[in-house]
Design a protein around this ligand. Structure first.
Ligand SMILES: NC(=O)c1ccc[n+]([C@@H]2O[C@H](COP(=O)([O-])OP(=O)(O)OC[C@H]3O[C@@H](n4cnc5c(N)ncnc54)[C@H](O)[C@@H]3O)[C@@H](O)[C@H]2O)c1
Length: 349
């Protein structure tokens, strides 16, 4: 627990494409502020410092070890996370890090073990579960209104041009499951509980990319519920459904459909009702990104609230290992053509 009356001072690393959402959000988060920003590209670091009124900027993440920071927000791509988190762990600085934690489960396990051994808290910036629609859906499930959950379907299928804003995805070998599938696997665990077996088929639909741009996963959850999780950047529809996650959750007493336009349709013996989740109305959000952008301040506020109170993060590195094990199992299943049990990959979490 960090018990201080002043704002916690953070270092922000990675002034790239997604950083503007974090930086706008930090200005809203209560109890924290960004004191310095770092990017190995000096122009990016300086421009972001100017735009967001950050007093200090630099190019070397070793500035993390100055003793002046209460936390670090790492907003770089996955292959850089192990080294950056190691710096934070050496410095004893709590971490919030963008998904994906790392490209494979072995690296995630190393990152988590080192942080745990040093007693340094690490949270994954896993913002999908912090979307308003999924907070409300979780409330409905927890209320018992549709009874014990037996089935789920979560899908993200659109053809947004991710390659212009995130050109590194063209070369990413573990692409769709790590980029969007990881959000869906976290949501599946959030809504249906932990899962123990995965089957998966991957597809590379777009020509000229290094990895898969579509994946269809089938999960067996610990309470025997089954879920289908499918993700694709190669699904052509008008209007484009980006960035909506659609689907349904069935329980023994009813069903909740997750429909277009942020609508939850709840079916129970008492009848049917719709709940529409409106956008928060921030000045810095814009379509089609609003639903995602609105979730970022909630994610970061959760990190700060937990740091201040000593509570566990919902998406701590330790808890998230269960999500990354599902992703690893999905790749293993896609490569071997068989169902993969989590117990084959990790004996115990
Ligand atoms: N949660 C979401 O909804 C969401 C959406 C988009 C992207 N992301 C994730 O955000 C992360 C960042 O994505 P992006 O598209 O902004 O990447 P990007 O490549 O545009 O930006 C990363 C920045 O980090 C800098 N950087 C990399 N290594 C560094 C180091 N060691 N020290 C200092 N600076 C360093 C780079 O110079 C670059 O400016 C990715 O992991 C991506 O998956 C999440």
């Amino acid at each position: 627990m960090i018990a201080v009356s002043q704002n916690l001072k953070g270092l922000f690393i990675g002034a790239g494409f997604f950083s503007r959402n974090h930086l706008h959000a930090w200005a809203e988060v209560e109890g924290a502020e960004i004191a310095a920003i770092c990017d190995r590209d000096p122009q990016r670091a300086e421009a972001a410092a100017k735009e967001y009124g950050i007093a200090e900027w630099g190019t070397d993440a070793a500035m993390l070890q100055s003793g002046r920071f209460d936390f670090v927000d790492i907003c770089t791509t996955m292959e850089t996370h192990e080294a950056l988190i190691a710096l934070a762990v050496q410095a004893g600085v709590p971490v919030i890090v963008q998904k994906p934690m790392a490209p494979d489960l072995a690296t995630c396990l190393r990152i988590e073990a080192q942080a745990r051994a040093a007693g340094v808290p690490v949270m994954l910036h896993e913002n999908f579960r912090f979307q308003k629609i999924f907070r409300r859906l979780r409330e409905i499930l927890s209320s018992g209104e549709i009874g014990e959950v037996t089935f789920g379907r979560l899908n993200w299928r659109n053809d947004i041009d991710v390659y212009t804003n995130q050109p590194y995805l063209i070369e990413t070998k573990r692409f769709m499951i790590m980029d969007v599938g990881i959000h869906m696997l976290d949501l599946a665990r959030y809504l249906l509980g932990d899962a123990s077996e995965v089957s998966c088929f991957n597809q590379s639909v777009k020509e000229g990319i290094a990895g898969e741009d579509a994946a269809t996963m089938l999960l067996r959850h610990d309470n025997k519920a089954v879920s289908v999780v499918d993700v694709s950047y190669a699904s052509h529809k008008s209007p484009n459904l980006f960035p909506q996650t659609l689907g349904e959750i069935e329980g023994r007493l009813g069903t909740v459909e997750i429909l277009e336009g942020q609508v939850l349709r709840i079916h129970t013996a008492a009848g049917r009702r719709d709940e529409v989740l409106a956008a928060d109305g921030r000045s810095w959000t814009s379509e089609p990104w609003t639903q995602i952008q609105d979730s970022v301040p909630r994610t970061q506020q959760h990190f700060i609230d937990c740091l201040r109170s000593g509570r566990d993060f919902e998406t701590s590195a330790g808890d998230s290992l269960k999500t990354y094990a599902l992703a690893e199992a999905a790749y293993c299943s896609a490569a071997t053509g068989r169902t993969v049990a989590i117990a084959e990959l990790v004996k115990e979490f």
